[in-house]
Design a protein around this ligand. Sequence first.
Ligand code: ARG
Length: 463
Amino acid sequence: MAETTSNQMWGGRFAAGPDAIMEAINASIDFDKRLAAQDIAGSRAHAAMLAATGIVEASDAEAMREGLLTVLSEIEGGSFEFSAALEDIHMNVEARLKEIVGPAAGRLHTARSRNDQVATDFKLWVRDQLDAADQGLTALIAALLDQAEAGADWVMPGFTHLQTAQPVTWGHHMMAYVEMFGRDLSRVRDARKRMNECPLGSAALAGTGFPIDRDMTAAALGFDRPTANSLDAVSDRDFALEFLSVASISAMHLSRFAEELVIWSSAQFRFVALSDRFSTGSSIMPQKKNPDAAELIRAKIGRIFGAQVALMTVMKGLPLAYSKDMQEDKEQVFDAADNWLLALAAMTGMVGDMTANRDALEGAAGHGFSTATDLADWLVRERNLPFREAHHVTGSLVAKAEARGCDLPDLTLEDMKEVHEGIDTSVFDVLGVHNSVASRTSYGGTAPVRVREQVARWKEVLG
Ligand code: ARG
């Protein structure tokens, strides 16, 4: 009715319009119902604190705490009727609580606001996602360690510019991803530590005059401490942004690995065979086995990056403290979290199931003059050539092999001596790919002995 009186020009014609549209833009219940469990946990902690501090009667608090459990079971059981008119999860829960326990429910909102409530709920939710990501990353690292251990001494080409560079070991390549996902894991744990402060009790923005006990609610919800500035607490979404940036970096790692799996599983490479469980067929080409899971992981980074840019943009111009803009934080984070965790699980499944084709890896390792650097190093070590000169001599030998259409070990001793007098048969030892990788024993190098040490170290880290 308000619209008809407030706008005589078109109010009659659009009588119901503005209300419906206002509700459509304003209501968040369609998505923030995902915060139900966190909202109820926060309210139960708040009610207990209100009783402990004498702000409400113990019997009222007990009724509210019990009633909240009933609400939770209705939501989890699917019988709860969400209402867009009640805007969001906070008011939906409170309204239903009132139906269940009567007027005592009206005391729940003493000394709090939806502003500290939503910040608390959302933090609890993001914290759960960090814990899930911790598990997801740990599982992926464990799967990679299994691959690395099995193939610690399998030889494959190492690439730079996707051109054959030097032989490396399969185990070393797998362990490179262990390092990446290991950094993601440490970022997850870092972020969790930093965000674990409780906003509840900051109230609308200024704190409250009621004698609340913020340490009590913080402890009850598993936070390390209460937040120290109420203005900041209700308007801070750093925890969500940090979650998204950790997720983005990790998704970027997943995407790079997915790209390698797409390349490696092609008929041209045949480095790995993905399991049937993680591939799809083609409806027209019977021979096809497509790496769809890898492709989708590669693609999902787009929405995770997008979420981070979107939320940064929502936040960047907001004056203190809470603004309704911040309601736009949730869908982005929900979507990014769902897809990051799904991508982690899919990658873990693929890695656990995939079979490395040892023969194809080893065959490819010897092509493309991959031991040219070993030859140059031999000239430096055994014939005391300056590295630049050794590089030049080796380059001539590569050109010779290329002209012949063969690899370096296929050249004869005569061929070699024509280019450099000092070469003798012992050079052939370093031209073999197994000797090449075995020689790279510097810390962090590709030698199987170093790879096995790293596998052991990571197993200990994961415990
Ligand atoms: N649904 C709101 C959100 O997600 C809850 C906080 C509303 N606070 C307010 N003062 N309108 O941000």
